[in-house]
Ligand binder design. Structure first.
Ligand SMILES: Nc1ncnc2c1ncn2[C@@H]1O[C@H](COP(=O)(O)OP(=O)(O)OP(=O)(O)O)[C@@H](O)[C@H]1O
Ligand SMILES: [Mg+2]
Length: 451
């Protein structure tokens, strides 16, 4: 039953409206003034608010303004006395869905109410649809709807509009490059080049000439003059990937460009200046590298103006279903077949695994699984290390970052859970399946908090 809150300082109107609307099948709440109405709204969630305009203390408009803050989706109908239509128009501008002129015909009032409630239902449905459509889609082609990822997307949106230097950190495979590209694409520089440089892939001298370019004959092999990435990225974005790997001597040179925005080509002495937005990424803990004397502190601060920290996949497992669906669809399309389903057992394994290689590892596993699978991806289509039963055979699946005791306890806990599940919660059966005495199982269940 839909609930309507009626607000009027005139008792008579409250009584009449209460009777009329109740008769028509609505659940009616009444309040003899704006302040009373606000008190009611603290406790109740009506579907519609009908309020008089002229009331002592809190007027209809003032009430509406406050209601819009607390309950932005609550539709409001205002009632105005004959001859004060201007008030009603103002109320509509402030977001009232309709108005009723006093005195009113019963039929007319009921029609207006029904129309407002119908609109509200449509709005609510529409929002659900929109939420459904965006779920799993995340941010452009970047999948993720978990709270940490949504925070990242918000930050990306904000920082993209600025020219601030951004440092993206996160374990390998968490999507740092994807985010760097998203920042560029959403920035005013989107039409200008995005120029990536992998600071790890090249030797120190090669990286220097890669970044800054070189003049003819600057070093053996420098047969012609060549523009560096800084020049190529002019007006655009330079993406310094793996920036934590830059050799100390180059760190000095990089610092200078970041401070002065000018540099010289290798072997040249003419200062060049560029307008470049810097986005850097690293999977190293740079603060720790600074403490260890491997990374210049001043460069760190230059880069670390805005920090985006991508959480490892194991800390946002809510994103797994959408990511799995995304990659299954993509790789099925690549081989021109319908996307296979994912069996519950396979999905469970995907959930249980820690994904040390993060999204990249998940992506590779699913690419392979799509090729291996029939109509459905099953446990045997997943890589060995994702399947704990197979883990004892090959080293890749051995637990990492755990002491032997922790690993054994982890295994024990999971085996007990599974046995209990398979035994439908009957401890005696689970104990038998596990080769434990009942009291021994009871002890272990207590130890792991499984009772
Ligand atoms: N949220 C995501 N949605 C969709 N694909 C993703 C997402 N995160 C990562 N990927 C994919 O995972 C792979 C790894 O991402 P990316 O190269 O951006 O990681 P990275 O953090 O730069 O890794 P590394 O530190 O190893 O360079 C890419 O193929 C990328 O498209
Ligand atoms: Mg990368």
């Amino acid at each position: 039953m839909e609930r309507i809150l009626v607000v009027d300082d005139e008792k008579n109107y409250l009584v009449v409206l209460d009777a009329l609307l109740s008769e028509a099948g609505y659940d009616v709440l009444t309040a003899a003034g704006g302040t009373r109405a606000l008190a009611v709204l603290e406790e109740e969630e009506p579907d519609l608010l009908i309020t008089d305009m002229r009331m002592p203390r809190l007027s209809g408009l003032e009430l509406m303004a406050q209601v819009k803050q607390m309950h932005p989706d609550l539709p409001v109908i205002v009632m105005t006395a004959f001859g004060t239509v201007e008030n009603a128009v103002e109320a509509m501008k402030l977001g009232a869905v309709d108005y009723i002129m006093k005195p009113f015909e019963n039929q007319e009032l009921l029609l207006t109410v029904e129309k407002a409630l119908k609109l509200r239902r449509l709005v609510a449905q529409n929002r659900l649809l929109r939420e459904d459509a965006s779920r799993g889609r995340g941010f452009g082609s970047i999948v993720g709807d978990s709270r940490p990822m949504r925070q990242i997307f918000e930050l990306v949106e904000k920082v993209a509009a600025t020219k601030a230097t951004v440092l993206i950190t996160g374990e390998s495979g968490t999507g740092k490059e994807l985010i760097a590209r998203a920042i560029h694409q959403r920035s005013p520089r989107a039409e200008e080049p995005f120029v990536p440089v992998n600071c790890m892939a090249l030797s120190e001298t090669l990286l220097e000439s890669e970044l800054f370019g070189h003049e003819k004959g600057a070093f053996t092999g420098a047969v012609g003059r060549r523009k560096g990435r800084f020049e190529l990225a002019d007006k655009g974005t330079l993406f310094l990937d793996e920036v934590g790997e830059i050799a100390p001597s180059l760190q000095v040179k990089l610092l200078r460009v970041l401070q002065e925005r000018t540099f010289e080509r290798v072997g040249g002495n003419q200062p060049l200046s560029v307008d470049v937005r810097i986005v850097a990424a690293t999977n190293r803990d740079l603060a720790q590298a600074v403490a260890a004397g491997q990374f210049r502190e001043d460069l760190f601060y230059r880069l670390n103006v805005v920090r985006l920290e991508l959480p490892p996949l194991r800390e946002r497992k809510e994103d797994l279903p959408a990511l799995v669906a995304h990659f299954v669809r993509r790789y099925a399309a690549e081989v021109g077949r319908n996307p296979p389903g994912v069996s519950p057992e396979a999905m469970q394994l995907i959930y249980d695994y820690a994904w040390p290689g993060n999204v990249r590892e998940l992506e590779n596993a699913l690419e392979r699984a799509v090729i291996m699978s029939g109509a459905e991806i099953r446990p045997q289509d997943l890589p060995l290390e994702v399947r704990p039963a197979a883990a004892e055979v090959g080293a890749p699946g051995l637990p990492q970052d755990m002491t032997i005791n922790e690993a054994v306890e982890d295994l024990e806990r999971r085996m007990i859970l599974r046995a209990l599940e398979q035994a439908g919660g009957v401890a005696a059966h689970a104990a038998e399946a596990l080769g434990l005495t009942k009291s021994n199982l009871a002890y272990k269940m207590k130890k792991y908090g499984l009772s």
